[in-house]
Design a protein around this ligand. Structure first.
Ligand code: NIG
Length: 395
């Protein structure tokens, strides 16, 4: 079995349960896994050794919310929004039409290029969603093409009611033939529970259909105004509710209550519903930033994700999301890094595999061209990714 030692790490942010930050550290990788972590002076011998020159290392980003399976872009809509127009879900139809015009090869290449772009910026685990198909054949095609290109795949047939459809009839289609067609390809079922998309009752039907199939769930909720999305997600034990811009006190309490069976000190027990904050989307849609600080203070576990998509957040740069969370959402750097790594892993149910630098986990590492991780927020907008290791392989 091949071993690789990454040594002379100036600062190693482990995001382990003790939030250890080590100086003069080293990490031993054996094949795809982390085999040893500690002081570089005590590091074991390895087949190969790489001197990182005092650079900072942290876990690779776990981006738990993106929509990479699309064609075209919506720059005009963005420009109109910056001129004062507000975001409405209807723009999804523009992307659905552009995506349907791409061949399988063109669509796969577009998704692979977006995935590669994110990986080059430190994202070692990436979720993406269908949701620009909105018809049985297209949603199926997107799930088949998307699956090999990402780490976690979510079915979002309930993204928008397509033109010409009655909303209840379309919900029947999503929860019946469409879900049947994609179920074997996906890890999660998601629903956009929002005015202009799916009502509480329709969203409930989507979540019930997922449950009946034994599939885990997520909810797009409380993005454009207060609504039932958070409460539904908690009721159904969803892994996450995403956006969470407009929260009432009861929503925060419900989310906090969902974590009652989880012991944060040992990271054991039953995880609750992660509140996924999407700061790049909030800026691009000029929505109030999600209340990450209040959520953390209430005991809710949060994730930070890019929400890369052509409508509301055309970036997969997690360095930018982390910097924004520190500078604009009042998170400490350690909180923001944890939300973008371990928090994302919790939101995807993969915290046993990735999201922290610990023996036995996948060797997903992000080397910064900086001596300390604080540079992520201290030097916002700079390209600070020096190198990336995914499952032990240098990218
Ligand atoms: O997460 N909110 C719904 N879905 C996407 C936006 C989709 C679009 O406008 O194309 C989001 O922001």
């Amino acid at each position: 079995m091949a071993t690789l030692l990454l040594t002379n790490i100036g600062q190693l942010t482990t995001v382990d349960q003790n939030a250890r930050v080590l100086e003069h550290a080293a990490v031993l990788i054996q094949d795809s896994l982390i085999a040893w972590v500690g002081d570089m002076g005590q590091a074991p011998q390895a087949d190969e050794s790489i001197d990182l020159g005092g650079r900072a290392v942290l876990p690779g980003w776990v981006d738990s919310h993106s929509h990479l399976i699309f064609g075209g872009d919506r720059a005009e809509e963005f420009v109109a929004r910056m001129a004062g127009q507000s975001y409405a879900a209807g723009g999804i139809a523009v992307t659905t039409s552009a995506t349907s015009q791409l061949s399988d090869n063109e669509l796969s290449e577009a998704v692979a290029a977006r995935r590669a772009e994110a990986l080059a910026m430190g994202t070692t685990w990436m979720e993406t969603k269908t949701g620009y198909g909105l018809a049985v054949d297209e949603e199926t095609r997107h799930s088949v093409l998307g699956k090999p290109l990402v780490d976690s795949l979510t079915f979002l047939g309930a993204h928008l009611v397509p033109a010409g459809w009655d909303a209840d009839e379309y919900t029947e289609l999503v929860t019946g033939p469409m879900l049947d067609a994609v179920a074997d390809n996906v890890d999660f079922v998601d629903v956009f529970c929002e005015r202009g998309a799916f009502t509480e009752e329709q969203s409930r039907r989507v979540l019930e259909a997922a449950r009946a199939k034994g599939l885990a769930t997520k909810v797009h909720g409380n993005q454009l105004g207060p609504g039932p999305g958070v409460q539904l997600a908690v009721e159904f034990g969803s892994h996450s509710v995403d956006h969470v811009n407009y929260l009432e006190e009861e929503d925060i309490q419900a989310l906090a209550g969902s974590w009652a069976g989880w012991d944060s000190a040992t990271r054991t027990g039953t995880p609750g519903t992660v509140a996924t904050c999407l700061p790049a989307c909030d800026l691009s849609t000029r929505q109030p930033l999600a209340p990450g600080r209040e959520l953390l203070d209430a005991g809710v576990r949060i994730a930070l994700a890019s929400n890369c998509n052509p409508g509301t957040s055309y970036t997969s740069n997690m360095n930018f999301c982390v910097a924004t969370a520190v500078l604009q959402m009042n998170l400490s750097l350690a909180e923001a890094i944890e939300a973008a790594t371990y928090g994302g892993a919790l939101a995807l149910g993969v915290a046993g595999q990735t999201g922290s630098i610990e023996v036995g986990k996948r060797a997903d590492l992000h080397v910064l061209d900086a001596p300390v991780a604080a540079h992520l927020a201290y030097r916002p907008g700079m390209n600070l990714t020096h190198s990336v290791y995914r499952a032990g392989k240098a990218i």
